[in-house]
Design a protein around this ligand. Structure first.
Ligand SMILES: *Cc1c(COP(=O)(O)O)cnc(C)c1O
Length: 390
């Protein structure tokens, strides 16, 4: 089965019934009933290794169907849902947190992860170093007690590319676990577990759900990491709503068509922005000038709606804000991956590389609106702040 077929046919519940609905019904439950004590005991034992029905908080059939689908999409062994993408990343960090150990996190990581490191890992005596966004200096930072690499590719805001097969090899040679935030590719554009990662995390809040109406995260493990990973979230009582799982499942059915359309419109917007002298740098991995472009083309099956620009020298943050506020179709808001366009003036959170002298930056999510409308909108807002002679 090819990916697009999987996305249409997997996770639809029991397909053997003579008469049935297209989608599996939502199963809402706290108490689960067992025929007798023997069955009860069998499922208690099973749930130590598998995602099976045993108690509502441990997941219902609706949650399991989604886990199964994303797991298949990512080529994983088992997957588990979490209430948010951030909770998923935090759980990976918590799971391996042992006093006296050392983690390496890529500089391109989703910003709030730094708070987890600062507010939790530090307290339990886990040291964190930030490597370059593309992990090119990973080896220099590895110590005898380094146990985990958490990276993100393409990186948040600036889309730095990690050569995952190469980086995983280095980390594995030092006995480390390799985890990656795969939200940008959302399983369709890249499958990290097939390229060396042990754990892949997706914020389903973004493209998997695709409609800006639900938050959820998912952790996909390989066979090596699943046994250890699956214990802690159970112990901590993490759960997700089956209604939310249903919404994500509904979104995921159209993931390929949405992503291809976001990419197509983004390509057109990028071509237009190249002609504007108010812009110095366009951050978009499909551009030949983008750092890591060759690795990106080798590993990834296309781009999405994410795009960031840096305004030309002489433009201030105030100009960027004026530009953002002048946009008609690009709303001001966090998150991305819905059908709608967004724009936010932003500063990339980086510590391993100094970006303080750069910018101002504006990050866009290119939505599913008509490309002509978006381009016209960007044009009028750039005209408004333009210091160029016309
Ligand atoms: C948004 C985002 C997250 C966090 O997802 P939430 O569901 O909002 O917590 C994690 N990683 C990346 C790359 C993201 O863009």
């Amino acid at each position: 089965m090819k990916v697009r077929t999987t996305l249409c046919h997997t996770g639809r519940g029991d397909q053997t019934q003579e008469v049935r609905s297209v989608n599996a019904p939502v199963m809402r439950a706290s108490t689960i009933l067992f025929q007798n004590y023997e069955t009860w005991q069998k499922y208690r034992d099973l749930r130590k290794k598998e995602r099976v029905l045993s108690y509502g908080a441990r997941g219902t059939a609706t949650n399991f169907e989604l886990e199964k689908l994303v797991c298949e999409l990512e080529g994983g062994y088992r997957a588990q849902l979490f209430p948010t993408g951030l909770a998923s990343l935090a759980m990976v960090l918590l799971n391996y947190a042992k006093a006296g150990t050392h983690y390496i996190i890529s500089d391109a990581i989703y910003g709030p992860v730094r708070t987890v490191a600062e507010e939790f890992l530090k307290k339990v005596d886990v040291e964190v170093s930030y490597c370059k966004a593309d992990c090119s200096n990973l080896e220099e930072l590895i110590k005898p007690n380094t146990t985990l690499l958490l990276c993100e590719s393409p990186g948040s805001i600036l889309y730095e590319i990690v050569d995952l097969p190469k980086v995983s090899k280095i980390a594995h040679d030092h006995g480390m676990i390799v985890a990656i935030d795969n939200t940008w590719a959302s399983g369709f554009l890249f499958q990290p577990l097939k390229h060396g990662a042990d754990i892949s995390v997706i914020a389903a809040t973004k493209y998997l759900s695709g409609h800006s109406d639900v938050t959820m995260g998912i952790v996909v493990c390989n066979e090596k990491t699943w046994p250890s990973f699956s214990v802690l979230p159970e112990a901590l009582g993490f759960t997700t709503s089956p209604d939310d799982a249903y919404l994500v499942m509904r979104g995921i059915r159209t993931l390929p068509v949405r992503l291809r359309q976001h990419e197509k419109t983004n390509d057109q917007v990028v071509e237009y922005l190249k002609t504007r002298p108010e812009i110095k740098t366009i951050f978009y991995p499909k551009l030949e000038t983008h750092p890591g472009h060759d690795v990106f083309m080798k590993l990834y099956d296309g781009a999405n709606g994410m795009l960031t620009i840096e305004l030309a020298d002489g433009y201030t943050k105030e100009d960027a804000v004026k530009f953002q506020d002048a946009l008609k179709y690009f709303a001001c808001g966090a998150s991305w991956g819905g059908y709608e366009s967004l724009a936010t003036v932003t500063t990339p959170p980086r510590t391993a590389t100094d970006w303080s002298k750069r910018g101002p930056f504006v990050r866009f999510h290119i939505g599913l609106e008509d490309a002509e409308d978006l381009i016209e909108d960007l044009g009028q807002a750039l005209d408004l702040i333009s210091k160029e002679k016309k």
